[in-house]
Design a protein around this ligand. Structure first.
Ligand SMILES: [Zn+2]
Length: 330
C-alpha cells in the first residue's frame, strides 16, 4: 500500500521543482481514470474529495473507493485529501475514514460562504493542526480568499493574499501547506477580462515561507472541451480557465499543489453528450461512463506531463502516517 501523507508528496515536489495535481473525485469512474493516468505516466497523485462529494456519496462509499485506488496501485504514492473542510468536525470525519490529508478552509466561516477574519482562521486552523498531527495527517489551510463558487463553497468575493499575513499565519498555525489567492477562482467562468494572475504576490510569499504552496481554482477550461460540450447540446458560453502556461509559470515560481476539478467534469460531460447524441439507442451506463472514464484518463495524463509530475512515482520511499506521527511529536 502506498497511502502517503500529502506533506511528503508536496515536499518531494518542492525539492525537485515540479507540481502535483490534486484531482477531485465523486465516483468510481473518476477515481479509476485518475489512477490509470498516474500508472500510465508514473506520477505521484493526490485524490481529493470535497465535503459535497462526501455527502453525495454518503462518506463511506467514496472513502472506500479511494482506498481501493491505493490498494490497486501499490507502487504509486497516493494521498487521500479532504478538500475545503469547514470545521474540526469535518477533519475528524475524514481522518476516521482514513484520509492522509485534510484541508481546513478558515478563510470562510463554517457555512462555507461568509468571509471570516484572521483570528477566526488561525483558531480553527490551529485546532485542526493539533488534532490531525496526532494521527500523522497533513493539514492544508488557506489565507486570502478565492473568487467563484464551487460545490456551494465560496463567498463570491475574492481577496488576494497578503504575503506578510501569510508568513504570520504559517508561524501562528504550524500548518503543512498553504493555499493562497492570486487571482484564480473556482468554477468554469474564472475571468471576465484579462487573465491576470498576481505572480508578484506568489514570488513574495515563496520568499517568505518555506512550506508547499497550493493553487486552487486551477482548471484550464480547455476550449476544445467547451466546444465539444456546446457542439453536443451543452450551453456554456464564455467559460474561461487558467492557461497551462500560467500554471507552469506558477510551478516554476514555487507552487507545488494544483487543484483541478472543473476540467475533469468537462471531459466527462463532453464525452457523455457525444455518446448520447451519436448513439441515442444506448442506455447502459457503461456505454457512456466507460468512454467518459477513458477521456478523463487522457486529460489527467496530459496534466501530469504538463505539471512535471510524470516519472516521479518511484523517486522516494513512501512514509507512513506512523512515521509522520513520530516526526510531528518531536
Ligand atoms: Zn478550492
Amino acid at each position: 500500500m502506498a497511502l502517503v501523507p500529502m506533506k511528503q508528496i508536496l515536499e518531494e515536489a518542492k525539492k525537485k521543482g515540479y507540481g502535483v495535481g490534486a484531482y477531485n473525485v465523486n465516483n468510481m469512474e473518476q477515481i479509476q481514470a485518475i489512477m490509470a493516468a498516474a500508472q500510465e505516466t508514473q506520477s505521484p497523485v493526490i485524490i481529493q474529495a470535497s465535503r459535497g462529494a462526501l455527502k453525495y456519496s454518503n462518506f463511506t462509499y467514496l472513502g472506500y473507493l479511494m482506498k481501493a485506488a491505493v490498494i490497486e496501485n501499490p507502487t504509486i504514492p497516493v494521498a487521500m485529501h479532504l478538500d475545503h473542510g469547514n470545521s474540526l468536525d469535518s477533519a475528524k470525519k475524514a481522518i476516521d475514514l482514513g484520509f492522509s490529508s485534510v484541508m481546513i478552509d478558515g478563510s470562510l466561516k463554517e457555512d462555507g460562504k461568509t468571509p471570516s477574519d484572521y483570528e477566526y482562521n488561525v483558531n480553527v486552523t490551529k485546532s485542526v493542526v493539533e488534532y490531525a498531527h496526532k494521527y500523522g495527517v497533513t493539514v492544508e489551510a488557506e489565507i486570502g480568499r478565492l473568487g467563484g463558487i464551487e460545490d456551494g463553497v465560496g463567498s463570491g468575493s475574492a481577496h488576494i493574499t497578503d504575503p506578510q499575513e501569510a508568513l504570520q499565519f504559517v508561524k501562528d498555525t504550524g500548518v503543512d501547506a498553504l493555499a493562497i489567492a492570486i487571482g484564480t477562482s473556482h468554477g468554469a467562468y474564472k475571468f471576465k477580462g484579462a487573465k491576470v494572475l498576481a505572480f508578484d504576490v506568489l514570488q513574495e510569499v515563496r520568499k517568505l515561507i518555506d512550506i508547499p504552496i497550493v493553487l486552487h481554482g486551477a482548471s484550464s477550461v480547455p476550449k476544445e472541451l467547451i466546444d465539444a460540450v456546446n457542439k453536443y447540446g451543452g450551453k456554456m458560453p464564455g467559460a474561461e480557465g487558467v492557461p497551462m502556461e500560467h500554471l507552469q509559470k506558477a510551478i516554476k515560481l514555487g507552487v507545488q499543489k494544483i487543484n483541478v476539478d472543473t476540467d475533469g467534469r468537462l471531459a466527462m460531460t463532453a464525452t457523455i453528450r457525444k455518446v448520447f447524441t451519436e448513439s441515442p439507442e444506448k442506455f447502459d451506463p457503461r456505454d457512456y461512463l466507460g468512454p467518459a472514464r477513458t477521456a478523463l484518463q487522457g486529460l489527467i495524463a496530459s496534466k501530469m506531463k504538463a505539471f512535471g509530475t510524470a516519472g516521479h512515482a518511484s523517486d522516494y520511499a513512501p512514509l507512513t502516517l506512523e512515521d509522520m506521527k513520530k516526526a510531528y511529536s518531536k
